[in-house]
Design a protein around this ligand. Sequence first.
Ligand SMILES: [Zn+2]
Length: 900
Amino acid sequence: MYKKLYTEFRKSFDFETFKKNSFAIHGFEKTCSYNDFAKAAEYCFHKFKEAGASDVRKIVLKADGKTSYMDYIMPEAWDIEDAKLEILDASLSEEMRLLSDFKKNTLCIGNRSAPTPVDGMDCEVVRWSDYVDKKVDIKNKAVFTTIHPGQMYSAAADAGAVGIISSYSPAAEECPDDTFWLNGMSSPGWYHTKEDKKIFCFSIPPRKGSFFSRFLDEGQAKVRATVKSRIYDGEIFTVTGRIPGKSKEEICLFAHMYEPFIPDDSTGAAIMISMCQAINNLTSEGRIPELQKSIRFVISMERYGFAQYLRNSKNTSKMLCVVNMDSMFHSSRKAGILPELRICPASMPFFSDLMIKDIIEGCNPKLKYTEKKGNLSSDTFGSDKKIGVPTTWLWTPSGKYHHNSNEIFSEPDWDTGFEIVSVIGTYLLFLSTAEKDALRKLGKRLDGIAEKELVSEFIQLKSMLKHKELSVRDSIEKATFLSSIQKDRIISLNNIISSVVDERRTANKFGKYARQFAAKTCDDFPKAIFSKMERKASNIVLKRIGKDMPFSLTKVPYDKRIKHPSDPYMYSLINWMDGKRSLYEIMRFIEFEHGKKYSDSDINELIEYFKYLTKYGYFKMLPKYRLTKSNIIQGLRKLGIKKGDRCILHSSLSSMGEVKGGAETVCLACMEALGNNGVLMMPSFNHYEAVSERGKGFYDPLQTPTTNGAVPDFFWRMKGVFRSLDPSHAVAAWGKNAADYVKNHHNVPTMGYGSPLELLEQADGKVILIDCPDANTFLHVVEMTNDAPCLGKRTEEYNVKLPSGKMVKYRTWGWRNGPCRVFSAQKHYELMRSGKLMKEGEIGGAHVMVFALSDFRKVYEKLLRGNIPGVAGCSGCPRKPRKVAATVPTDWHKHIRKII
Ligand SMILES: [Zn+2]
């Protein structure tokens, strides 16, 4: 299918000219000076013209530390002429004294380093770690660091340091004599803005770093730093041109410029020039079909320059897709690192992933590569939904050798690079020349490949399920997610030419796979039980405002800017935000796509960060659920609650979402759902707060708030609600004969026979747990009526202020003196679920469980009696009622069930 194009492309690509251009562009870029960047741009401008490109344009971008494109603040222009770093110690040989010399190694000076006085600057050097650990003064001194200067630059500059000497290198062990290039050292954003303090920054090879470190150990060290640089308001350029096709719609190639390595990325611009020439030759000689689509070439500054290009909807409206041409020529193979196909992010699936693989298999099966999921990094951020240009990237990653003067990173592997370029060239020629029929055929072919991929993904899921690496629920949700991505990949072909793929047929086909998977796995799978933060995230919906992915944080005042969270998938997360999905749902997508499981602390960090960005206008934060009284009643009905039911409710109001009217609405909804013939009960405990020294020293049923949450605290104050007189664990009740349930509470054991909850059980009562699986108090009734030895029956005595104003002493239970070894909510609910003794559902964002008290008792008594394997029963447990100041001997006769 692609072979002819592949062969023609390779024949017509002038490799020698390409190499020549790569060297020439590198010649301008190797010092990273803006005055030379201008020459590089000018060179490419002319070369594009020579190669026959149309509408070749140079776009001037500001380089002033202030202007922003999207959320990228352009760094100021910078020129470097010379730099040198020497140890001031006559006892050392000249060679040992010299730490860095720009004339020998242009990478020794950090990008955008501040100048020193013309004759250099003599300064003392202290370790950065001594500043951090021992607060050693660094004012007017240089600091020596082995961590990436980006992590300490601002702090060092703010503390008055004049410069940084870094021996940081991720490949320190493998190449101790090579230099790590220090590019951007700012955060947020890569580069410093006008407001940032600038100091000098040298990068020395790790071996020199170790030597210098030993030298520092011996006592005071002084260096002379000389940097002849200039930071100023200048310009930087985008160069673009195109080969017109029949349609104005464009397939684009992006390559960044302005970095000091041949394969990163002088080759990118040079490939484009040669591709342009090759395609023009091929069309003029009639060796390939006529171009249907136009081909656009764009070279600019990485991220920042493309932000300027992509923010313009005039540019993006005709762009169909992008190929990122960055870093195709590293000698990664020397380090055993394979070329990598960066898959388009799941938030913007695109057929190119399947097609590139197909081209490699058909044209050059010897080209081995790995696949990595996309994360909108580097110049693939066009896949941002707000920009909307799917971006493909086949490249040679270099791992820890990145941005290093070692041969793996800086010396081109011409052969591998050309294999990659040939694949991309074929892809480009196919897409730009294909008419409807060819694209339809491609659609069928890719559909088959996607199907195969999905089948193998499902096999993997099944194996994970079998080995319990994945829960039933996770596997079903992931299967749905994966099939939907394959579907969207195929449908994305319609973006190139409309209706070449039948969307309904494709959706049905892939949807069916997911449904079958679910049917075979389990047709009735339990809902998730959330952690606290997951619950919180499931109630937060974020809506992006404007086009800007947060990068330099332009919208935030300079002194309020903070670092981005360390989550490598932050942009992937943001790309899913549509103002409808909850943050939790999106995190699940990241989990399915990248395998990242968010811990509660990760979620907390992200929520705090998104709150911060919301404050500065990047997002709107909305509740996922907005509930009214009738929504809650409907939810209860779905769970089988009907008029006349007698229920105890435990609830977490915040879990439900935003409830119109708050706690009152929840109370009213429950009352309405149960009706006047029903009974509604809620805990009204003060958990010893009121009766102890921490509180007032007495319980007052008319005054004492409950610590059970907002809903119960509203409930006991309502008209027609009766509250019992148990000093620490009162219960409130409303409805038919409500008073009868609570009136005797202070005359019986708190959770024993005759207590409100035990009476509710007698009356066929139910429990409703609105997102508080651990709050089911009834379990203590089962314990007490089974004479669990750990709970004291009426063994503590406290003051109660009666409604008449009279102060009396009433008794409550004695709490156990340590944790219970029998009850585990998780285990218990598993048993309830497997016995189908429980109904579960959702009200708003809350997970709700409903079950009969008597069913709960059945299961719990088995556990208490030690009849469930793996759970030790009550018998032989050393727990006893606690002893506190209020402890008294029991007054309860357990056989006649009366006060003695
Ligand atoms: Zn690059």
